[in-house]
Design a protein around this ligand. Structure first.
Ligand SMILES: [Zn+2]
Ligand SMILES: [Zn+2]
Ligand SMILES: [Zn+2]
Length: 116
């Protein structure tokens, strides 16, 4: 029975904990924030929030006219479309090999020309 009373004592001390919600509200409260209803991520603009929400809703408004593949962001569609056009805008200045995305070129440079 003494175990129950000590358990109550622990619960009572909870009210002495710092109020984190008040601390977080502080200096940034002037800035306008858009908060995602699903994961509570803060976005700076309503447009950013709209794009972000597609992660949760599964909405893919951008579709490829060539193959019908759908994307959540226009930038993703643009990158995908170079598959059809064969366009590789990122070329290695050292060996001439070209890439669809900049990230691939960066990886190539690290792997094949590590000393440059
Ligand atoms: Zn979210
Ligand atoms: Zn496509
Ligand atoms: Zn190269």
């Amino acid at each position: 029975v003494s175990w129950v009373s000590s358990h109550h004592a622990v619960l009572g001390s909870d009210s002495n904990l710092p109020q984190w919600s008040e601390v977080q509200g502080g200096s940034d409260s002037r800035e306008k924030r858009f908060v995602c209803l699903f994961c509570h991520k803060c976005l700076m603009t309503s447009q950013n929030l709209e794009v972000h929400m597609r992660i949760h809703t599964g909405e893919r408004p951008f579709s490829c006219s060539q193959c019908g593949k759908r994307f959540t962001q226009s930038a993703h569609l643009k990158t995908h479309q170079s598959v059809h056009t064969g366009e590789r805008p990122f070329a290695c200045r050292l060996c001439g090999k070209s890439f669809i995305v900049k990230y691939s070129l960066t990886l190539h440079l690290k792997k094949h020309h590590p000393n440059v």
